[in-house]
Design a protein around this ligand. Sequence first.
Ligand SMILES: [Zn+2]
Length: 462
Amino acid sequence: MKIYNTLTRQKEDFKPIKENEVGIYSCGPTVYSSPHIGNMYAYVCWDVLTRTFKYLGYKVNNVINITDVGHLISDADSGEDKMEKGSKREGLTVWEIAKKYENEFLENLKELNIELPWKMPRATDHIQEQIEIIKKIEANGFTYRTSDGIYFDTSKFADYGKFANLNLEKIREGMRVEVNEEKKNPSDFALWKFSPTNEKRQMEWESPWRMGFPGWHIECTAMSTKYLGETFDIHTGGEDHISVHHTNEIAQSFAAFGHNTAHYWMHNAFITFKGEKISKSSGGLYTIFDLKEMGFDPMAFRYMVLSSHYRKGMEFSLENLKVAERALNKLRGLKPTPNPSLDRAGSYSVNLEYKNEFEEKISDDLAMPEVLALVWKVVKSDLTLEEKWATILDFDKVLGLDLDSAKQNFIIPEEIIELNNKRIVFRKEKNYEEADELRKKINSLGYLVEDSENQCKIRPIK
Ligand SMILES: [Zn+2]
């Protein structure tokens, strides 16, 4: 297995710490709002990573954390607390917000057929572990106190910024005005923030320093090492984590343990929408449930992710999603009708030549676009339909498209999907008359639509 390691900026042979075992820590969601498809892209990519290791015979211990405290609007310790922001927006307590969006995240994993990780620890359940590591960092002389918290002194770590090739001078020049004047260096970051003296925070804990809450970065150092050990195999995250979050994690682990924790650091690129990273300004903030409401199958989104390489990201559009759905349905359509006399003879065999080619490609830093090309090569090959299907189902252990389930063996024509999209728009505008007209039209073309609270299903009238 070869993976691209951000630490060395090159593809390397993967050497596990324990034979046939791999420990993977993936930075998880901050549970303060609905995850959009841009957020979920990463988790599909890392699901492919863990499935690949399992396919290759490894025991996989993977951890995805739940950030439910301490992540401020700016990654650099300024601005509002994201959880508090969610709480104000919805009139719920931060605890209720955390529960609500953690559940939503879990539903997203299910919709995208992402396997549940081995562990899914919450930051708020690991306050003591975070305090213990801060104490170590403090004892080793890497901290200082300001009026609002305990900070990490990045000038004490000579290699600070090396991981991200950061130009510290540039960072200093680029710092905005709102800079905390008590910080010794602009890149210093909070390990523990004090609660304000004049108000009670919804989330706060006693500590050796003062009542307060942990900074965002320390949770990942605390939870990754708790579950995977002081050194473990792989740490993953979005490429936006390189310059601040992971740079700070590396600094913390050096200060606490004297070494880096992870041997390999992997980073995914982003989904873009109209050429820009998905965001409020660029648009494209669809959730999986929005796509479902438009009549798309979440597995079509998964297929689309597989058609991209995790280090390149992908351009999202509903048009591209339709193309992906068509391809996915074509694959599903290959499923041979059961033949009782053949079935009794045992299962069909996987074509070993293609299987070897498959293993080569997944082991090459997850070359998924090439893997999909191979899938279509199998489809077009002169194998029997049964052999093709057996081979592709074997690949599906990594692809995770759940091809064998009989979820949807029919293909919804595009015309119907478009009519239904228009119908949903009318419904949203509360123009029920027009919406109903379209429903009748869809019925007359042989399809039924069923609306429920947050989704809409289309199926042929039998
Ligand atoms: Zn993290």
